[in-house]
Structures are given as C-alpha cells and as structure tokens.
Design a protein around this ligand. Structure first.
Ligand SMILES: [Zn+2]
Ligand SMILES: [Zn+2]
Length: 256
C-alpha cells in the first residue's frame, strides 16, 4: 500500500512543461508520420501528372512547400510553448498554508498546491494548471491555453489550407491528364494510361483529403464560433454540462 502511494506521488511530480518534453506522445509520432506520408503522396501524384516539370508545376510545388513549412512552423510553436499558469510557480504554498488557502481561495489548485487564475484548469495529462485552459491536444502532446491558442488556430487553418490544396491538386491532375487524351473518354484514358500504383495513390489522396478536410473545416468553424463567444472549448463543454445537469434536475423535480 505504501509503495502504491509513493508511486502515485512520483507520478504527480512529473510535470510536463511543453509538447517537446521527452518521451514523445504516441499520437505526436503518428501526426508526424501522417504528415510526412501526405507530402510523399502529393509528390508521387505530382510525378504522374502530365504537366510535371513545367514552370507552372514548379510554381504549384513552391506554394505547396510554403504551406507545408507553415504547418511545421506552427506545429512546433504550439508544441514548444509552455502554457502553465504563471501563478503556479509564483505562489507555491507550503503544506501548512495549504489547508487555509484551499478553504479561503476559490482559485486554488490542490494538485499544484498553488493559487491559480480564475480561468485556469488543471490538466491531468500534464500535471499542471494551464492559463485560460482550452484543451489538452494529443496531436501536439501539449495543452492549449492562453499562450499558444493563437498558434493553435494558425496551425488548424494552415492545415486546412494544406489538405484542401492537396485535394484540389489531385483533382486538377486527373482532369489535366484526361484532357491530354483528347480522343479517349475521361474514364478510358485512366483505364489504359495509369498504373494500378497510381490509382492507389490517387484514391488514397482523395479519401484523405475529403475525410480530413471535412473534419478540419468542422474544427475551424467550432473555434470561430468559440472566438465570437469569447470562451474556450473547455468553458463551452462546461456550460453544456451545466445545461444538461439543470435539465436533468428539472426532470427529477417535475417527476416528484
Ligand atoms: Zn493545478
Ligand atoms: Zn495537458
């Protein structure tokens, strides 16, 4: 029993500063691997396209590179920034003061043993309170709060542009190659001129672009709505939970 207690205390001591802390998260590795795969798929499809090597193609690759580098830059920014509430390090209390402060201060975190700001919330994954806590993002292995929220939004928007650009480029390549085969129909041109490998890459790219694109646009719209309301994702979920609880309580009272 004593061993379990000490293990729990040790776990609590590991406070994550940012998403670049070692070891990397499983979803963080998956995100990096997926992004590299998407770039490889783009370049492979580009090589199938009949306009490959032309000046116009160099231009589209340059635009794609700028968008990809922006995604990487914002990803590192979101992951590298430490979003911890600054009061946590400033007002760490001794064990004697703990109980007094806990009872008298509504903005006190017993896990961090410190005063915290009103909109801070404790993240159990990172073991620290985050200033204006939005959510814990498994993909960047870091919490999203006041300090990195703007970079998180820029990451979300550039990622959406990236996937839409990729999908549009694939559709463009399909149409461009088909128009080069003027005597054949669109489907016949691909039936005879494109290898099975190219079909696999084209299909994969279109599926990923559509599925991920819809998901990202949905996320963009949610965060635009939250920005308009001036609340965080966490506060939005808390308000939904409160409404739900009120409705349930109302139902219980009316049933009595
Ligand atoms: Zn805390
Ligand atoms: Zn966290």
């Amino acid at each position: 029993m004593k061993n379990n207690d000490s293990e729990e205390v040790d776990k609590r001591k590991i406070v994550k500063k940012n998403g670049c802390s070692f070891p990397p998260g499983l979803f963080q590795i998956l995100a990096s691997f997926s992004f590299i795969s998407v770039i490889i798929i783009y370049l492979t499809i580009n090589s199938f396209c009949n306009y490959s090597g032309s000046p116009a193609n160099f231009f589209t690759i340059a635009v794609y590179s700028i968008i990809s580098l922006s995604v990487i830059f914002f990803y590192f920014k979101v992951s590298k920034i430490n979003p911890t509430d600054p009061l946590v390090n400033k007002f760490k209390t001794s064990k004697k003061d703990k109980e007094i402060l806990e009872a008298s201060n509504p903005f006190y975190c017993s896990e961090c043993q410190s005063r915290v700001q009103e909109r801070s919330r404790h993240c159990s994954d990172c073991n620290r309170c985050v200033e204006v806590f939005d959510h814990h993002c498994i993909w960047v292995n870091n919490c999203i709060g006041k300090r990195n929220y703007r970079y998180f939004l820029l990451l979300l928007f550039t990622l959406t542009i990236h996937i839409l650009y990729q999908g549009s480029h694939t559709i463009f390549c399909l149409i461009f190659n088909a128009t080069q085969q003027s005597k054949k129909s669109f489907i016949l041109a691909y039936k005879y001129d494109i290898t099975i490998l190219a079909y696999i890459f084209l299909s994969l790219d279109l599926i990923v672009s559509v599925v991920v694109g819809i998901f990202l646009i949905h996320l963009d719209l949610i965060h635009i709505m939250l920005l308009k309301k001036g609340i965080t994702s966490n506060e939005y979920l808390e308000s939904l939970q409160e409404e739900n609880d009120k409705e349930l309580n109302g139902e219980v009272i009316s049933n009595r």
